[in-house]
Design a protein around this ligand. Structure first.
Ligand code: 13P
Ligand code: SF4
Length: 298
């Protein structure tokens, strides 16, 4: 679609389009803001237009709605959901709260609104170490991603960690032997991975960080080749920002992120889409940990 036409549709709908780096390149191209989870949550919290079209999985749209309840938040695809967002149990959280003193429940933003509502603070992969380090609590229950949790635990050895045992089914598929094989094939390449990968994979990497941090690292690095241990959607931004550099993706696609199509984005701008509707009490309870993240993550 011609840029002018798209601009007009957005203006008529009083809408802004946000897209995560894992969505299809054609979807990212339609967005006003493209970024990682933390960046997009900050943009959504401040948005003044009446509608946000959130090109990402359900927890991203929910977080936008919770942080900006006056705004109408539309999801292009109602079925695009992150499986990890449900990999913790409220009963387990509350049992541990009763058993362990001085415990903070730290909830990765990749979680349902219900899990957030039972947590003390949210984090994303780009601010988790900073936020957990700033917490006064000695004990941390990190939900739902055990891999990101153990990445943070290594950087915060003064604290004791408990986990719910969740994982990202996309990043967890990457095996240490795959990384070792790619290294042999491309000996000059730097290995960049997301901390949702297993601890064994992270231990083999030259750099581990959020999608935005991986992109920034590749852009600044003097290296010319990179083995890419995160969802290959980031290649769209990498090709724009790192011309002449070569990337070898080794992680599979996230089928949920890839559900979102340019046609669905257009539908959101022309009366369609799937509005995020949350219970008012749940919204209030889940806002507290998200706002605490915005404050501590500054
Ligand atoms: P970031 O956007 O924080 O890098 O997280 C990646 C992710 O898995 C989003 O679903
Ligand atoms: Fe969830 Fe993993 Fe897909 Fe991110 S990449 S949305 S964590 S399944």
């Amino acid at each position: 679609m011609v840029t002018e036409e798209l601009k007009e549709l957005k203006e008529r709908a009083d809408a802004v389009v946000l897209a995560h780096y894992y969505t299809d390149g054609a979807v990212q191209e339609m967005a006003d803001y493209v970024g990682d989870s933390f960046y997009l949550a900050k943009v959504a919290a401040k948005e003044k237009r009446s509608t946000i079209v959130f090109c990402g999985v359900r927890f991203m749209g929910e977080s936008a709605k919770i942080l900006n309840p006056e705004c109408r938040v539309l999801l292009p695809d109602a079925e695009a959901d992150c499986p990890m967002a449900h990999m913790a149990d409220v009963g387990q959280i509350e049992r541990l709260r009763a058993q362990v003193e001085d415990l903070a429940v730290v909830c990765y933003i990749n979680s349902s609104a219900r899990l957030k509502a039972h947590s003390d603070v949210c984090v994303t992969s780009s601010n988790a170490v900073k936020i957990v380090s700033a917490l006064p609590n000695r004990n941390i229950l990190f939900i739902p991603d055990q891999n990101l949790g153990s990445f943070v635990a290594k950087k915060c050895p003064q604290k004791a960690f408990y986990y719910s045992g969740g994982y990202c089914p996309v990043h967890a598929q990457l095996l240490a032997e795959d990384v070792a094989g790619e290294r042999r094939a491309h000996p000059a390449a730097k290995v960049l991975v997301h901390p949702e990968c297993t601890a064994e994979v992270v231990s083999l990497a030259d750099f581990a960080g959020s999608t935005a941090e991986i992109i920034a690292y590749a852009e600044k690095s003097g290296a010319r080749e990179f083995i890419l241990g995160t969802e290959p959607g980031v290649l769209w931004e990498l090709s724009r920002r790192c011309p002449g550099k070569t990337f070898y993706p080794v992680t599979p696609f996230c089928s949920d992120m890839k559900r979102i199509s340019p046609e669905q984005v257009l539908a959101c701008l022309t009366g369609g889409g799937h509005e995020v509707v949350l219970d008012a009490a749940l919204t209030d309870a889940a806002r507290r940990p998200l706002q605490r993240m915005l404050e501590l993550g500054k």
